[in-house]
Design a protein. Structure first.
Length: 202
């Protein structure tokens, strides 16, 4: 292979790996003030005391105000009903969207879940805020959603944060029950989410 072509190829690969060719995130210059964590029991902090939920740990990592808009048991249908009051009216800069567990448990078709998430993302972005879509798949849990979430985030110009529960739900020392982290687990979730959003909230 020609040496120049090889060097060019290596440069292209390095750009890809470093994220220089990453997608454009919609509303990156958002003028909103708040980071809003919009989700179900994983966002709410099921199984731990107040202050041990992931939004509380996230608040310790960023000077920007963080609002916990998680509701235990929420589906994407219920999330749509409270989107205006709990998110859009709260001056969002970035909304971290975490849903699908209850849709899966209640046997809501995946197509409906993705449709609802698409609407949620559109409405948040129309408000002028960024969206980060969280993938809670881990091991055998919710794997069928992972690629669909990644694709949806790419299509919408949203940040994609993969497998935040990896090695948490499968580790008894990191969880409070079968599906929820404990304080130690939520702290790790917050760190992973922070790493995913850091470059967009500076």
């Amino acid at each position: 292979m020609d040496r120049n072509k090889l060097q060019l190829g290596l440069i292209i690969v390095s750009f890809i790996l470093s994220g220089c060719l990453s997608q454009e995130i919609r509303n990156r210059n958002s003028q909103g003030q708040n980071i809003i964590c919009f989700g179900d029991s994983v966002t709410f902090g099921y199984g731990v005391a107040p202050g041990d939920d992931y939004p509380a740990y996230l608040q310790k990592l960023t000077p920007r105000p963080v609002i916990n808009a998680g509701v235990d048991g929420d589906t994407t249908f219920l999330a749509l009903e409270r989107l205006q009051n709990d998110v859009l009216d709260k001056d969002p800069r970035l909304v971290i969207v975490e849903f699908c567990g209850n849709d899966f448990i209640k046997k809501i078709p995946k197509e409906d879940t993705l449709k609802n998430l698409s609407i949620i993302i559109d409405r948040i972005q129309d408000k002028g805020a960024m969206v980060a879509l969280v993938d809670i798949s881990s091991g055998m849990f919710f794997q069928e959603y992972r690629n669909a979430f990644r694709k949806l985030a790419h299509e919408k110009g949203a940040i994609f944060i993969p497998v935040v529960l990896s090695k948490i739900i499968t580790n008894p020392a990191m969880k409070s029950d079968f599906l929820h982290p404990n304080a130690r687990g939520y702290k790790l979730v917050a760190k992973r989410i922070y790493q995913g959003i850091l470059q967009y909230i500076k």
